[in-house]
Design a binder for this molecule. Structure first.
Ligand code: NAD
Length: 279
Protein backbone atom coordinates (compact mmCIF):
# COMPACT_ATOMS: atom_id res chain seq x y z
CA UNK A 1 0.00 0.00 0.00
CA UNK A 2 1.28 3.47 -0.90
CA UNK A 3 1.12 6.27 1.63
CA UNK A 4 -1.52 8.08 -0.48
CA UNK A 5 -3.49 5.07 -1.69
CA UNK A 6 -7.07 6.03 -2.76
CA UNK A 7 -6.31 9.74 -2.33
CA UNK A 8 -6.96 12.39 -4.96
CA UNK A 9 -4.44 15.23 -4.97
CA UNK A 10 -4.24 18.54 -6.79
CA UNK A 11 -0.75 20.00 -7.17
CA UNK A 12 -0.60 23.52 -8.61
CA UNK A 13 2.42 24.60 -10.63
CA UNK A 14 3.14 20.93 -11.29
CA UNK A 15 4.49 21.49 -14.81
CA UNK A 16 8.05 21.74 -13.53
CA UNK A 17 10.32 22.12 -10.52
CA UNK A 18 9.02 21.28 -7.06
CA UNK A 19 5.43 20.89 -8.29
CA UNK A 20 6.43 18.23 -10.80
CA UNK A 21 8.58 16.43 -8.27
CA UNK A 22 5.71 16.46 -5.75
CA UNK A 23 3.17 15.21 -8.31
CA UNK A 24 5.50 12.35 -9.27
CA UNK A 25 6.18 11.44 -5.63
CA UNK A 26 2.45 11.47 -4.83
CA UNK A 27 1.72 9.21 -7.80
CA UNK A 28 4.34 6.67 -6.70
CA UNK A 29 2.54 6.62 -3.33
CA UNK A 30 -0.73 5.69 -5.01
CA UNK A 31 -2.46 9.08 -5.36
CA UNK A 32 -4.48 10.06 -8.40
CA UNK A 33 -2.88 13.39 -9.28
CA UNK A 34 -4.27 16.49 -10.93
CA UNK A 35 -1.39 18.37 -12.51
CA UNK A 36 -2.47 22.02 -12.52
CA UNK A 37 -0.37 24.56 -14.39
CA UNK A 38 -0.56 27.61 -16.60
CA UNK A 39 1.75 25.94 -19.07
CA UNK A 40 -0.05 23.30 -21.11
CA UNK A 41 3.08 21.69 -22.58
CA UNK A 42 4.91 21.18 -19.28
CA UNK A 43 1.72 20.05 -17.51
CA UNK A 44 1.28 17.36 -20.15
CA UNK A 45 4.95 16.36 -19.81
CA UNK A 46 4.41 15.79 -16.09
CA UNK A 47 1.30 13.71 -16.76
CA UNK A 48 3.25 11.71 -19.35
CA UNK A 49 6.09 11.09 -16.87
CA UNK A 50 3.60 9.86 -14.25
CA UNK A 51 1.52 7.65 -16.51
CA UNK A 52 4.54 6.10 -18.23
CA UNK A 53 5.77 5.12 -14.74
CA UNK A 54 2.43 3.38 -14.10
CA UNK A 55 0.73 6.18 -12.14
CA UNK A 56 -2.55 8.00 -12.71
CA UNK A 57 -2.69 11.72 -13.52
CA UNK A 58 -4.54 14.32 -15.56
CA UNK A 59 -3.56 17.84 -16.54
CA UNK A 60 -5.75 20.86 -15.88
CA UNK A 61 -4.48 24.02 -17.54
CA UNK A 62 -5.37 27.31 -15.90
CA UNK A 63 -4.28 30.32 -13.91
CA UNK A 64 -4.53 29.83 -10.14
CA UNK A 65 -5.08 33.55 -9.66
CA UNK A 66 -8.23 33.51 -11.79
CA UNK A 67 -11.38 32.68 -9.81
CA UNK A 68 -13.07 30.86 -12.68
CA UNK A 69 -9.97 28.76 -13.36
CA UNK A 70 -9.62 27.87 -9.67
CA UNK A 71 -13.30 26.87 -9.48
CA UNK A 72 -12.91 24.86 -12.68
CA UNK A 73 -9.84 23.09 -11.22
CA UNK A 74 -11.89 21.78 -8.29
CA UNK A 75 -14.90 20.94 -10.50
CA UNK A 76 -12.77 19.08 -13.07
CA UNK A 77 -11.05 17.10 -10.31
CA UNK A 78 -14.43 16.09 -8.88
CA UNK A 79 -15.80 15.19 -12.30
CA UNK A 80 -12.76 13.06 -13.09
CA UNK A 81 -12.02 11.41 -9.73
CA UNK A 82 -15.10 12.05 -7.53
CA UNK A 83 -13.26 13.53 -4.54
CA UNK A 84 -10.45 15.88 -3.45
CA UNK A 85 -8.26 14.80 -0.52
CA UNK A 86 -5.17 16.95 -0.95
CA UNK A 87 -4.36 20.37 -2.35
CA UNK A 88 -0.77 21.53 -2.68
CA UNK A 89 -0.62 25.27 -3.26
CA UNK A 90 2.77 25.37 -4.97
CA UNK A 91 2.45 27.61 -8.06
CA UNK A 92 4.21 30.93 -7.64
CA UNK A 93 6.27 33.52 -9.44
CA UNK A 94 9.37 35.32 -8.26
CA UNK A 95 9.25 39.02 -7.42
CA UNK A 96 10.58 41.95 -9.39
CA UNK A 97 13.99 41.90 -7.65
CA UNK A 98 13.80 45.64 -7.02
CA UNK A 99 14.33 47.92 -4.07
CA UNK A 100 11.04 48.42 -2.22
CA UNK A 101 10.90 52.05 -3.35
CA UNK A 102 11.25 50.98 -7.00
CA UNK A 103 8.63 48.22 -7.16
CA UNK A 104 5.80 49.42 -9.33
CA UNK A 105 2.22 48.88 -8.30
CA UNK A 106 1.43 46.52 -11.16
CA UNK A 107 4.37 44.23 -10.38
CA UNK A 108 3.38 44.17 -6.69
CA UNK A 109 -0.20 43.26 -7.59
CA UNK A 110 0.93 40.50 -9.97
CA UNK A 111 3.03 38.80 -7.29
CA UNK A 112 0.22 39.05 -4.71
CA UNK A 113 -2.31 37.79 -7.24
CA UNK A 114 -0.38 34.64 -8.17
CA UNK A 115 1.39 33.86 -4.88
CA UNK A 116 -1.31 34.78 -2.35
CA UNK A 117 -4.69 35.19 -4.02
CA UNK A 118 -4.07 32.02 -6.09
CA UNK A 119 -3.65 29.77 -3.03
CA UNK A 120 -6.67 31.47 -1.41
CA UNK A 121 -8.85 30.78 -4.46
CA UNK A 122 -7.67 27.19 -4.96
CA UNK A 123 -8.26 26.50 -1.24
CA UNK A 124 -11.68 28.17 -1.27
CA UNK A 125 -12.97 25.84 -3.98
CA UNK A 126 -11.64 22.58 -2.52
CA UNK A 127 -13.01 23.23 0.97
CA UNK A 128 -16.69 22.39 0.22
CA UNK A 129 -15.92 18.92 -1.23
CA UNK A 130 -13.37 18.24 1.53
CA UNK A 131 -16.03 19.18 4.10
CA UNK A 132 -18.55 16.82 2.53
CA UNK A 133 -15.99 14.02 2.61
CA UNK A 134 -15.15 14.68 6.27
CA UNK A 135 -11.66 16.05 5.81
CA UNK A 136 -8.67 16.85 3.68
CA UNK A 137 -5.17 18.28 3.74
CA UNK A 138 -3.94 21.56 2.25
CA UNK A 139 -0.20 22.19 2.03
CA UNK A 140 1.10 25.65 1.21
CA UNK A 141 4.55 26.08 -0.29
CA UNK A 142 5.97 29.21 1.26
CA UNK A 143 9.72 29.75 1.53
CA UNK A 144 12.51 30.64 3.87
CA UNK A 145 11.56 34.08 2.49
CA UNK A 146 8.26 33.59 4.31
CA UNK A 147 9.92 33.99 7.69
CA UNK A 148 12.83 36.38 7.10
CA UNK A 149 13.37 39.58 5.14
CA UNK A 150 15.60 39.55 2.06
CA UNK A 151 17.11 42.45 0.18
CA UNK A 152 15.17 43.43 -2.99
CA UNK A 153 12.39 40.91 -2.32
CA UNK A 154 9.65 42.92 -0.61
CA UNK A 155 6.96 41.72 -3.02
CA UNK A 156 7.94 38.02 -3.02
CA UNK A 157 8.69 37.86 0.72
CA UNK A 158 5.45 39.61 1.66
CA UNK A 159 3.46 37.10 -0.40
CA UNK A 160 5.31 34.18 1.20
CA UNK A 161 4.80 35.59 4.73
CA UNK A 162 1.11 35.98 3.86
CA UNK A 163 0.78 32.28 3.05
CA UNK A 164 1.61 31.38 6.64
CA UNK A 165 -1.25 33.59 7.86
CA UNK A 166 -3.56 32.11 5.25
CA UNK A 167 -2.70 28.54 6.27
CA UNK A 168 -3.24 29.29 9.96
CA UNK A 169 -6.64 30.87 9.26
CA UNK A 170 -7.68 27.96 7.06
CA UNK A 171 -6.62 25.59 9.85
CA UNK A 172 -8.79 27.61 12.25
CA UNK A 173 -11.86 27.90 10.04
CA UNK A 174 -11.81 24.30 8.82
CA UNK A 175 -10.28 22.28 11.65
CA UNK A 176 -13.76 21.28 12.83
CA UNK A 177 -14.40 19.84 9.37
CA UNK A 178 -11.31 17.61 9.61
CA UNK A 179 -9.35 19.76 7.17
CA UNK A 180 -5.70 20.34 8.03
CA UNK A 181 -3.55 23.17 6.65
CA UNK A 182 0.23 23.30 6.90
CA UNK A 183 3.15 25.14 5.37
CA UNK A 184 6.55 24.06 4.09
CA UNK A 185 9.31 26.65 3.84
CA UNK A 186 12.12 25.54 1.56
CA UNK A 187 15.37 27.37 1.12
CA UNK A 188 16.79 27.53 -2.40
CA UNK A 189 16.06 24.46 -4.52
CA UNK A 190 17.63 23.21 -7.71
CA UNK A 191 14.66 24.02 -9.94
CA UNK A 192 14.22 26.10 -13.12
CA UNK A 193 13.30 29.07 -10.87
CA UNK A 194 16.75 28.83 -9.26
CA UNK A 195 18.55 28.07 -12.54
CA UNK A 196 17.68 31.56 -13.76
CA UNK A 197 20.10 33.06 -11.16
CA UNK A 198 23.91 33.00 -11.60
CA UNK A 199 25.66 30.70 -9.04
CA UNK A 200 27.83 33.53 -7.68
CA UNK A 201 24.66 35.44 -6.69
CA UNK A 202 23.17 32.53 -4.78
CA UNK A 203 26.34 31.02 -3.28
CA UNK A 204 26.01 33.09 -0.05
CA UNK A 205 22.50 31.69 0.46
CA UNK A 206 23.71 28.13 -0.05
CA UNK A 207 26.47 28.86 2.46
CA UNK A 208 23.85 29.72 5.07
CA UNK A 209 22.65 26.11 5.08
CA UNK A 210 24.50 23.50 7.08
CA UNK A 211 25.17 21.55 3.89
CA UNK A 212 26.43 24.39 1.67
CA UNK A 213 24.01 23.34 -1.04
CA UNK A 214 20.43 23.88 -2.08
CA UNK A 215 17.75 21.24 -1.72
CA UNK A 216 16.81 18.85 -4.45
CA UNK A 217 13.08 19.24 -5.19
CA UNK A 218 12.56 15.60 -4.17
CA UNK A 219 13.83 16.41 -0.67
CA UNK A 220 11.15 19.09 -0.28
CA UNK A 221 8.52 16.88 -1.94
CA UNK A 222 9.13 14.33 0.84
CA UNK A 223 8.16 16.94 3.45
CA UNK A 224 5.04 17.89 1.48
CA UNK A 225 4.13 14.21 1.18
CA UNK A 226 4.34 13.75 4.95
CA UNK A 227 2.12 16.77 5.70
CA UNK A 228 -0.36 15.78 2.98
CA UNK A 229 -0.65 12.20 4.22
CA UNK A 230 -2.63 10.73 7.12
CA UNK A 231 0.71 10.24 8.93
CA UNK A 232 0.39 13.94 9.84
CA UNK A 233 -3.18 13.51 11.17
CA UNK A 234 -2.52 15.57 14.34
CA UNK A 235 -0.47 18.26 12.59
CA UNK A 236 -2.20 21.44 11.50
CA UNK A 237 -1.25 25.14 11.34
CA UNK A 238 2.39 24.03 11.39
CA UNK A 239 5.27 25.67 9.56
CA UNK A 240 7.90 23.14 8.58
CA UNK A 241 11.26 24.61 7.67
CA UNK A 242 12.99 22.58 4.96
CA UNK A 243 15.97 24.86 4.83
CA UNK A 244 19.08 22.94 5.84
CA UNK A 245 19.00 24.78 9.16
CA UNK A 246 19.45 28.18 7.52
CA UNK A 247 16.89 30.10 9.58
CA UNK A 248 17.75 28.45 12.90
CA UNK A 249 21.52 28.68 12.90
CA UNK A 250 23.84 31.65 12.46
CA UNK A 251 26.94 30.43 10.62
CA UNK A 252 30.31 31.97 11.47
CA UNK A 253 32.15 34.15 8.95
CA UNK A 254 34.51 31.22 8.28
CA UNK A 255 31.59 28.84 7.64
CA UNK A 256 29.96 31.32 5.25
CA UNK A 257 33.17 31.83 3.29
CA UNK A 258 34.01 28.16 3.07
CA UNK A 259 30.42 27.17 2.35
CA UNK A 260 30.23 29.61 -0.58
CA UNK A 261 33.51 28.27 -1.95
CA UNK A 262 32.25 24.71 -1.61
CA UNK A 263 29.02 25.61 -3.41
CA UNK A 264 30.85 27.33 -6.26
CA UNK A 265 33.23 24.37 -6.64
CA UNK A 266 30.24 22.04 -6.93
CA UNK A 267 28.73 24.41 -9.52
CA UNK A 268 32.01 24.29 -11.46
CA UNK A 269 32.91 27.88 -10.62
CA UNK A 270 36.04 27.74 -8.51
CA UNK A 271 36.45 30.71 -6.16
CA UNK A 272 40.23 31.07 -5.93
CA UNK A 273 39.99 33.58 -3.08
CA UNK A 274 38.40 31.07 -0.75
CA UNK A 275 40.36 28.91 1.72
CA UNK A 276 40.87 25.29 0.74
CA UNK A 277 39.78 23.63 3.99
CA UNK A 278 36.12 22.62 3.83
CA UNK A 279 33.90 22.18 6.84
N1 NAD B 1 13.20 27.49 -6.40
C1 NAD B 1 13.53 27.88 -5.20
O1 NAD B 1 14.70 28.06 -4.91
C2 NAD B 1 12.46 28.12 -4.16
C3 NAD B 1 12.85 28.42 -2.85
C4 NAD B 1 11.88 28.57 -1.85
C5 NAD B 1 10.54 28.44 -2.18
N2 NAD B 1 10.20 28.17 -3.48
C6 NAD B 1 8.77 28.02 -3.77
O2 NAD B 1 8.56 26.70 -4.23
C7 NAD B 1 7.49 26.69 -5.18
C8 NAD B 1 7.92 26.03 -6.47
O3 NAD B 1 9.06 26.69 -6.96
P1 NAD B 1 9.81 26.19 -8.27
O4 NAD B 1 11.23 26.60 -8.11
O5 NAD B 1 9.47 24.78 -8.56
O6 NAD B 1 9.13 27.17 -9.36
P2 NAD B 1 9.17 27.10 -10.97
O7 NAD B 1 9.19 28.50 -11.46
O8 NAD B 1 10.24 26.17 -11.43
O9 NAD B 1 7.74 26.45 -11.29
C9 NAD B 1 6.55 27.11 -10.99
C10 NAD B 1 5.43 26.50 -11.78
O10 NAD B 1 4.25 27.23 -11.48
C11 NAD B 1 3.56 27.53 -12.67
N3 NAD B 1 2.79 28.76 -12.52
C12 NAD B 1 3.27 30.01 -12.38
N4 NAD B 1 2.26 30.89 -12.30
C13 NAD B 1 1.09 30.17 -12.35
C14 NAD B 1 -0.27 30.50 -12.32
N5 NAD B 1 -0.68 31.77 -12.21
N6 NAD B 1 -1.19 29.51 -12.40
C15 NAD B 1 -0.79 28.21 -12.53
N7 NAD B 1 0.52 27.84 -12.58
C16 NAD B 1 1.44 28.80 -12.50
C17 NAD B 1 4.65 27.69 -13.72
O11 NAD B 1 4.15 27.50 -15.03
C18 NAD B 1 5.63 26.59 -13.28
O12 NAD B 1 5.33 25.35 -13.89
C19 NAD B 1 7.05 28.15 -5.33
O13 NAD B 1 5.98 28.39 -4.46
C20 NAD B 1 8.28 28.93 -4.89
O14 NAD B 1 7.95 30.21 -4.42
C21 NAD B 1 11.12 28.01 -4.46
Amino acid sequence: MGRLENKVAIVTGAGQGLGRSTAQRFATEGAKVVVADLNQATAHDTVQAITSAGGEAVAVVGDVSNGQDAECLAATTLAKFGRIDILVNNAAIFGSGKHIAEIDEEAWDRVMRVNLKGPFLCSKYVIPPMRRQGGGSVVFVSSMSGVVGNELQADYNTSKHGLIGLARCLAQDCGGDGIRANVVCPTGMNTPMMARTPPENVAPYAAMTMFARFAEPAEVANAILFLASDEASYITAAVLMVDGGATAIQPSGRQLKEGAARFLRAAGQEDTRAPSKIR
